[in-house]
Design a protein around this ligand. Structure first.
Ligand SMILES: [Zn+2]
Length: 104
């Protein structure tokens, strides 16, 4: 695991267990709780190279899962993480190598 990945994970988990639990009271709470938990699991997989196949573009890859979660919940995630630009930047990077994929 790189120092950068470890730092992102630390701050995301810290946010999820502290600020998010205290501040998020709207009806999105239970949805976002699952989204954050899934995101944390997928970033742990990414950082540790936990894979079920070698294809990074396969839907089972942590890269695909992070991209899917970020894409589906972009607005709400960005609103929650507005003081955490490094985490947003980290999530955005997974969209960059995606231009050759079709149907998404
Ligand atoms: Zn696969």
């Amino acid at each position: 695991m790189t120092d950068k990945d470890r730092g992102i994970l630390y701050r995301l988990i810290e946010f999820y267990q502290n600020d998010f639990k205290c501040l998020c009271e709207d009806e999105d709470y239970s949805i976002l709780q699952i989204v954050f938990a899934e995101l944390i699991i997928e970033i742990i997989r990414y950082a540790n190279d936990f894979r079920y196949c070698t294809n990074r573009k396969c839907p089972c890859s942590p890269e695909s899962q992070i991209r899917r979660l970020h894409k589906q919940h972009r607005e709400k995630l960005h609103a929650q993480l507005k003081y955490h630009e490094d985490i947003i930047e980290f999530l955005e990077q997974f969209h960059e190598d995606n231009s050759s994929e079709s149907g998404h």
